[in-house]
Design a protein around this ligand. Structure first.
Ligand SMILES: *[C@@H]1O[C@H](CO)[C@@H](O)[C@H](O)[C@H]1NC(C)=O
Ligand SMILES: *[C@@H]1O[C@H](CO)[C@@H](O)[C@H](O)[C@H]1NC(C)=O
Ligand SMILES: *[C@@H]1O[C@H](CO)[C@@H](O)[C@H](O)[C@H]1NC(C)=O
Ligand SMILES: *[C@@H]1O[C@H](CO)[C@@H](O)[C@H](O)[C@H]1NC(C)=O
Ligand SMILES: *[C@@H]1O[C@H](CO)[C@@H](O)[C@H](O)[C@H]1NC(C)=O
Ligand SMILES: *[C@@H]1O[C@H](CO)[C@@H](O)[C@H](O)[C@H]1NC(C)=O
Length: 488
């Protein structure tokens, strides 16, 4: 028999627990999205809101979280990061690439049949560099953002997000991203491993990533030549006078004045590349035309690397709904980025997402505020990928094969070289893989047991592979999270 005192004690404990539980629950209940404007009915929950990563500087990062469409509690957690540095994972990753909806010209949300939330609970961190809906009350922070800061902030974000959503604390986690996330993703994963936290990190996947400056950008030169973007003569000049890594390096200097040989070569390249209506992140695709002019004009070419890393611009377009067809897949809205820009700048959308604009007058795909330390572009991260793979975090490095900016050429060399250095044997020799429609999805090679380190291309895909090739990208993603080989 319990005494009345222990009953009282039990009651107090129970009441306290209920309060704690309610507090934690309300912490994420407040972030629940009732419904996004123009959204079709769905059976999964969505959340969006802020996580404080630095109390004193009032730095808050914005996230958008989409539960898996089915069996959410048995599916892994996947964190996605877009690159830039300084671009938005919500606008690019979620609403233009692999989220559950894409805005259309009428301002409605169209269901994405190849959403990655078929396979996982998807967590989109707006940007570790603090852009878009994320913010820092202390704006001088933006003058010295670099890789160490973004990695630390991302870790703080993840740890605090997991306090908000405790049921994911022990869930299998994968960290994914593209482009400059070739820095963000391995660096964050490394911090997690080193922190000795209980986060159950299972793998990383990075698409068209920046991994090693010279190899990646010299691949760009080979890609230009082999895809008929420049002449034999100009390619010869690239190989003898000023190669692409040199050109990129000089373009990054604050003066941005090129040496004579590089100036000469850059002029040749500019004369041969189209000045408009050409997207070097997707060389075989038509473009979304705005005012008869492509948003991916070549004015920016070779002037600033950072601007060339921005896979999307925030300019508005008059033409909308311009479409192309993915082989065997859905029709792609080439203007989805313009429609996303309009959608995310709507007051009702921002309210529904609990988003605020702080220190900027509008939401944009890539930040005009962040002054990222460009020296960090030269930090090699391929070795970090290796140490992660070595410590049991499986690594997939993939390439949309129509991207000329961070093309498969450099990526394949880097992964192959890494495998050699690690003494990993090839477990799946270089060969084609097949998509859901039994068409060639791309090529792949796997090194080490249990898919320790894999390389794969996505045939016909752009720098933003899940945007241009949603069906093939989903096939690759599904195999990756399940830890199974791609269909042979
Ligand atoms: C998903 O849930 C359904 C219904 O509960 C169950 O039959 C099925 O096996 C589950 N699938 C997986 C992959 O867990
Ligand atoms: C603002 O941020 C800068 C750079 O992080 C820091 O040096 C400075 O102390 C901060 N100021 C305040 C008032 O927090
Ligand atoms: C990033 O900035 C911090 C603060 O200024 C500095 O301590 C650190 O060394 C920098 N790291 C890199 C990789 O540039
Ligand atoms: C990790 O989990 C174990 C067992 O649940 C626990 O003892 C340990 O304190 C946890 N470590 C951290 C850093 O949370
Ligand atoms: C690119 O040019 C730089 C500077 O001239 C040189 O050091 C480097 O070896 C070149 N790389 C290749 C792959 O030719
Ligand atoms: C790799 O292959 C070589 C040659 O077949 C073999 O001797 C070696 O043991 C293999 N290494 C591993 C780690 O399996």
């Amino acid at each position: 028999m319990m005494s009345s005192r222990s009953w009282l004690l039990m009651f107090i404990i129970a009441a306290t627990l209920t309060t704690i539980c309610r507090k934690v629950e309300s912490a994420y209940e407040a972030d629940k999205i009732v419904k996004l404007p123009g959204q079709p009915e769905v059976s999964f929950q969505q959340y969006a809101g802020y996580v404080t990563v630095d109390q004193t500087q009032q730095r808050e990062l914005f996230y958008y979280f989409v539960e898996a469409a089915t069996n959410s509690s048995s599916k892994p957690l996947v964190l996605w990061l877009n690159g830039g540095p300084g671009c938005s994972s919500v606008g690019a990753g979620a609403f233009s690439e692999h989220g559950p909806f894409q805005p259309n010209a009428a301002g409605l949300l169209v269901h994405n049949d190849y959403s990655w939330n078929k396979e996982a609970n998807m967590l989109y961190l707006e940007s570790p560099a603090g852009v878009g809906f994320s913010y820092s009350a202390n704006t001088s922070f933006y003058n010295l953002v670099n890789d160490s800061i973004t990695a630390k902030d991302s870790l703080a974000f993840l740890q605090r997000w997991l306090l908000k959503f405790p049921e994911y604390k022990t869930r299998d986690l994968f960290i994914t991203g593209e482009s400059y996330a070739g820095h963000y993703v391995p660096q964050l994963a490394q911090l997690i491993v080193e922190s000795g936290s209980n986060i159950s990190l299972k793998g990383i996947a990075i698409g068209n990533p920046l991994l090693e400056f010279d190899t990646d950008f010299n691949g760009e030169g080979s890609y230009y030549w082999s895809h008929s973007l420049i002449s034999d003569h100009t390619y010869q000049l690239v190989n003898t006078m000023c190669n692409f890594s040199q050109l990129r390096r000089e373009s990054l200097l604050p003066s941005s004045s090129l040496s004579d040989p590089c100036e000469f070569v850059a002029t040749q390249i500019k004369a041969e590349l189209p000045h408009r209506n050409f997207n070097d992140y997707d060389v075989t695709s038509d473009v979304c035309l705005s005012d008869g002019e492509s948003r991916f004009g070549s004015q920016e070419q070779h002037s600033s690397l950072a601007s060339r890393f921005h896979p999307v611009s925030s300019l508005r377009s008059k033409q909308t709904g311009f479409r192309k067809q993915e082989a065997g897949g859905k029709s792609i809205d080439l203007c989805v980025q313009d429609e996303t820009f309009t959608y995310l700048n709507r007051k009702d959308v921002q309210e529904a997402m609990h988003a605020k604009l702080v220190g900027v007058i509008s939401w944009s795909f890539c930040s005009f505020v962040v002054n990222y330390d460009n020296n960090n572009l030269e930090i090699p991260t391929i070795g970090v990928v290796g140490s992660l793979a070595g410590s049991g975090v499986r690594a997939l490095v993939y390439s949309g094969d129509q991207d000329s900016v961070l093309p498969f050429i450099g990526t394949r060399i880097l992964v192959n070289r890494l495998a050699k250095e690690m003494g990993l044997n090839t477990t799946v020799p270089y060969k084609a893989w097949f998509d859901f429609d039994k068409q060639v999805g791309g090529w792949t090679q796997v090194y080490g047991e249990n898919n320790k380190l894999s390389f794969a291309t996505i045939r016909g895909a752009s720098h933003m592979a899940p945007f241009s090739s949603p069906k093939r990208s989903l096939a690759l993603f599904a195999a990756f999270v399940a830890g199974r080989p791609l269909a042979a």
